[in-house]
Design a protein around this ligand. Structure first.
Ligand SMILES: Nc1ncnc2c1ncn2[C@@H]1O[C@H](COP(=O)(O)OP(=O)(O)OP(=O)(O)O)[C@@H](O)[C@H]1O
Ligand SMILES: [Mg+2]
Length: 138
């Protein structure tokens, strides 16, 4: 497991670029951590690294937002407000997972039992200083 200290948002942006460089069709990235830990900030950096040109907002109220302008199609999920798995099946969650695009899933720990084995788990925590975050990837 890699444990990375992110001193500020620039470090988080650089990590996003590095993660993006390693993404392949079908990659699934689970983004986990408390409110404000930086899941969306990292997701935006990954999108930029994929070459997504659209502005990325938070998909909290729509569950998923799709971005087609990058090197691979990108599906950005926020499942914080998903109350039961039927809601996910209604939006075609399984199809997204197997679509050949990249899935970034905020709050993925809430649905860990339906995510495939190959999911990459990216965990963010607050560090000691205001802009510091600790990231563990497994
Ligand atoms: N090193 C850092 N990495 C990421 N974000 C940071 C960092 N330092 C400060 N921040 C700030 O912390 C906040 C992170 O907010 P963000 O929306 O990315 O969190 P989140 O984990 O998606 O929260 P939520 O659970 O509410 O969706 C932003 O205001 C960002 O500027
Ligand atoms: Mg968020």
């Amino acid at each position: 497991m890699d444990r990375i200290i992110l001193k500020n948002t620039e470090d988080t942006a650089a990590l996003g670029q590095r993660i993006a460089d390693g993404l392949k069709p079908g990659s699934i990235i689970a983004l986990v951590g408390p409110l404000g830990a930086g899941k969306t900030t990292l997701a935006q950096a990954i999108a930029r690294g994929l070459g997504v040109s659209e502005r990325m907002s938070s998909p909290t109220f729509t569950i998923v937002q799709e971005y087609e302008s990058g090197r691979l199609p990108l599906y950005h999920f926020d499942v914080y407000r998903v109350s039961d798995e039927d809601e996910l099946f209604e939006i075609g969650f399984e199809e997204y997972l197997h679509s050949g695009g990249v899935c970034l899933i905020e709050w993925a720990d809430l649905i860990d039992d339906i995510l495939p084995e190959e999911t990459v788990w990216v965990r963010l925590e607050y560090g000691e200083h205001e802009d510091e975050r600790i990231c563990a990837i497994e």
